[in-house]
Design a protein around this ligand. Structure first.
Ligand SMILES: Nc1ncnc2c1ncn2[C@@H]1O[C@H](COP(=O)(O)OP(=O)(O)O)[C@@H](O)[C@H]1O
Ligand code: SF4
Ligand SMILES: [Mg+2]
Length: 329
């Protein structure tokens, strides 16, 4: 199966009113494959949501795209005009449930009005009744009560709100759904229900791939196929889920898997350790490897000077760290 999205050399920075640049996504390359759940994990502030905006083309000032491309269906979506994007890509090819989406629902609007807005935007000829009928059928097919459509957001639990925004975001059967921290504000049982819904959307082929963004790496163990670890605006490691969770290479990934609050059975280290230091300010990130000020394996004269390339060290497993040579190195 092929790639549904291919990002190459993406650079996307915020520009502050003081004229400073925050290098939130800096030379990121990755692909989203058909049929997969790709997890993206890393501490807060490392650029995950910014990357989600670029991949879903929901970039707004003060965020700007400075370079790279995102190919979808053979086209570089970053150079498409807004009208083509609206008509052909947004919601249809790529859809996003942004971080905190469930809390930004307009409290004075019933859920059905969001549905009508989404469908009317893409099908100008559709009537309100047809739009609602489609939504009702979709809700019922996914075991969500269709009476939710008549509710106001505050009448729904957090878990139900998150499932509702997810179903609305996939009404147009997008190929790729990007879900940014969809479970972060939820209790464990609601988290499971939201994950089950995403898996069900894939199983029913309503969507073809999920990009699941989280700061809770262990969560990905239950359903991700591959995981990308992001640090300070860069992907530092990407590979099969089992490799990343149980046998990570990059010193940051290693610390991330050992510093989780609730270690899962079988994970490499059970001890709860905090990662020393804090992620860098992306206005002025560290030279060379951006992790070097926090890295237990730091090599003076190399790691602080040169940027380690992301290279394949094992079948389908890439790492950016001078500790590792290539697959044959
Ligand atoms: N609107 C904004 N203006 C300026 N800086 C921003 C803005 N939004 C995010 N940032 C900065 O961009 C960096 C990456 O943020 P973000 O993509 O939200 O990370 P994550 O989702 O991993 O927590 C952080 O340094 C954050 O402070
Ligand atoms: S390149 Fe150097 S500083 Fe960066 S993670 Fe590897 S060993 Fe640590
Ligand atoms: Mg975020």
């Amino acid at each position: 199966m092929g790639n549904l999205l291919t990002a190459t050399g993406l650079k996307s920075y915020y520009r502050t009113v003081q004229g400073e640049e925050i290098k939130a996504v800096d030379d990121v390359s990755l692909e989203v494959r058909e049929g997969e759940v790709l997890g993206i994990a890393g501490e807060s502030g490392c650029g995950k949501s910014t990357l989600a905006s670029v991949l879903s083309f929901t970039v707004l000032p003060p965020l700007y795209i400075l370079g790279g491309e995102v190919r979808a269906d053979g086209n570089n979506i970053l150079v498409m005009d807004r009208e083509t994007l609206r008509r052909e890509i947004k919601g249809k090819y790529i859809s996003i449930v942004p971080q905190g989406a469930m809390n930004s629902l307009n409290p004075t609007m019933r859920i059905k009005n969001f549905v009508i807005d989404v469908l009317e935007e893409h099908f100008s000829e559709i009537s309100k009744e047809e739009a609602l009928q489609r939504a009702r059928e979709r809700f019922e097919a996914l075991s969500l009560p269709s009476r939710v459509l008549d509710a106001y957001p505050h009448q729904l639990s957090g878990g139900m709100k998150q499932r509702t925004v997810t179903v609305i975001s996939t009404l147009l059967n997008p190929n790729v759904l990007i879900a940014d921290e969809p479970t972060s504000a939820l209790d464990v049982s609601s988290q499971k229900i939201v994950i089950k819904l995403l898996v069900e959307l894939l199983r029913r082929k309503i969507i073809k791939s999920v990009v699941f963004i989280t700061h809770e790496l262990p969560l990905l163990r239950h359903f991700a196929d591959r995981i990308a670890i992001m640090y300070a605006g860069k992907i530092v490691e990407i590979g099969p889920m089992e490799d990343i969770i149980f046998n990570p290479f990059h010193p940051y990934s290693r610390l991330l898997t050992s510093s989780v609050l609730v270690p899962e059975p079988g994970m490499k280290q059970k001890k709860i350790e905090a990662i020393p230091g804090v992620p860098p300010n992306l206005k002025n990130p560290p030279s060379g490897c951006r992790f070097h000020p926090r890295c237990p394996s730091y090599m003076e004269g190399l790691c602080n000077i040169e940027i380690p390339p992301l290279i394949e060290v094992k079948e389908d497993h890439r790492v950016s760290c001078f500790l590792y040579g290539g697959k044959n190195g």
